[in-house]
Ligand binder design. Structure first.
Ligand SMILES: CC(C)=CCC/C(C)=C/CC/C(C)=C/COP(=O)(O)OP(=O)(O)O
Ligand SMILES: [Zn+2]
Length: 448
């Protein structure tokens, strides 16, 4: 039944499509293998200046059309400003100010952000707006977020089944859960009411393959898998997922092209460097919990097993062990969940990645990067800001994948190409640059 639903949801990629992509990718790798070393270094170089030019142009265009009707602009702001932050760059104050003012005009008087001024607030654009404002940083930007009203908006979107609606009368899915919980967590407005039964909803979306679907009965997909896994971590319920199966599904999504595909039998795509690569990077922090599930013990373990220190990555481990992961049991809560996002980066330790991080860097730099600036899905596709954002986010995760601390500089052999390719590290649960996350955390958690 689940398999039939999945098959219907997934238009089959023909063998011909797959061969076309493979042959394009392998031609690039073959060319790379035959050229002199200095030409190889050039080919592997992150084209920082050209990427900045592409991003700045996008921003100027966006700024000049801030008054035009379009429902995607908070997302464009996030993709562009986050990419710029990943490159360790900034733009002039006027453009930043324009963006803050524009997002403020998207903020609904009753909470949340819409895709444009006067439009209906939407949880996904709220996530994009909040992440942009955190990325811009500074008092004006962070203080512009009306957290009380935003909390009210999230409560109105909350559904009895544990999920969230994207907007008034909108769809309920795993993206809505992630964007709601991510925003609530980073802004320190997360509480028991928002978290109520979210774990049950996400659990009902884990499929027979091991990955997570957008909604119950659909096909496992990388985008939703990242969203579902990050949500479960943020609410302290990650042990309820079948993690060994999830690992098995996600690591097998990295193909011979070296990049990731979003779902079984589909084509490789640069944006999954973050969605799938990000899910694996999160799983890399959960080894003790995964080992425990593999061993099938009902031993009650504490967060000390995960972090070596007091923390709250999974405050319901004992609950899951004693009641079974798949029961829709009532979820207990404690105030520890508020620090999960913060503990996640502070209790970091060096761990071996679960995927081939150099191979993924190779796909991003040689196949997804346009030498003239911007990144893309695959060779033959056009660059765009969405793929630029998620290819760079995935690249950053690869570069720091072996690091002892989330921001300790990696050894040169872990960064493919010249060391100048090194990007800024991100907080993998929220996908904002770590330093910007820390500034926001200081402000939003100061009073608690
Ligand atoms: C935070 C947030 C809003 C997250 C969004 C997550 C995300 C990327 C979900 C993917 C949605 C989806 C099923 C795409 C399939 O497109 P496709 O059929 O064109 O691609 P495919 O062939 O690669 O599956
Ligand atoms: Zn894509």
């Amino acid at each position: 039944m689940a398999a039939a639903a999945a098959a219907a949801a997934s238009p089959t990629v023909t063998q011909r499509d797959q061969w076309m992509v493979e042959s394009q990718v392998f031609q690039i790798y073959q060319l790379f293998a035959t050229i002199p070393h200095n030409a190889q270094t050039l080919m592997l170089e992150l084209q920082r200046d050209n990427h900045m030019e592409f991003l700045s142009k996008g921003l100027r265009h966006l700024s000049s059309s801030f008054c035009v009707l379009d429902s995607n602009r908070p997302w464009l702001c996030y993709w562009i400003f986050h990419s710029i932050a990943l490159l360790g760059e900034s733009v002039d104050d006027e453009l930043e100010d324009d963006a803050i003012d524009f997002l403020n005009r998207c903020q609904d008087p009753n909470g949340g952000y819409a895709g444009g001024p006067g439009q209906m607030p939407h949880i996904a654009t709220t996530y994009a707006a909040v992440n942009t404002l955190i990325t811009l940083g500074g008092q004006k930007s962070l203080a512009s977020i009306n957290r009380d009203k935003l909390y009210g908006f999230l409560r109105r979107m909350k559904q009895p089944n544990g999920g969230f609606r994207m907007h008034d009368e909108g769809e309920i899915d795993v993206r809505a859960c992630y964007t709601a919980i991510s925003v609530a967590s980073v802004l320190n407005i997360l509480d028991d009411d928002l978290m109520q039964n979210v774990g049950d909803y996400i659990l009902s979306c884990q499929t027979y393959e091991g990955g997570i679907a957008g909604e119950p009965g659909s096909e496992a997909h990388g985008g939703y898998t990242f969203c579902g896994l990050a949500t479960m971590i943020l609410i302290g319920k990650v042990n309820r997922l079948d993690l060994p199966r999830l690992v098995d599904w996600v690591v097998h999504r990295q193909g011979k092209e070296c990049g990731f595909q979003g779902r079984t039998n589909k084509l490789v795509d640069g944006c999954y460097s973050f969605w799938q690569g990000g899910a694996v990077a999160l799983l890399q922090r959960l080894y003790p919990i995964i080992d425990n599930q593999i061993e099938g013990t009902s031993q009650i373990f504490t967060v000390t097993d995960v972090s070596g220190e007091k923390g709250s990555l999974d405050e319901t481990s004992s609950h899951a062990a004693s009641h079974g992961r798949h029961e829709g049991t009532r979820e207990s809560c404690s105030s520890d969940f508020k620090s999960i996002g913060y503990n996640f980066i502070n209790e970091w330790r060096a761990q071996k990645p679960l995927f081939h991080t150099i191979a993924l860097q190779q796909y991003i730099l040689l196949c997804a990067q346009e030498q003239e600036g911007g990144l893309r899905d695959k060779p033959g596709k056009r660059r765009d800001h969405y793929h630029t954002c998620y290819c760079l986010s995935g690249l950053s995760l690869c570069q720091y994948s072996w690091s002892k601390h989330p921001d300790s500089p990696p050894l040169p052999n872990l960064v493919l190409g010249p060391y100048s390719n090194l990007l800024e590290p991100i907080h993998p649960l929220y996908n904002v640059v770590l330093e910007r996350y820390r500034e926001a955390h200081e402000l939003f958690f100061a009073e608690s």
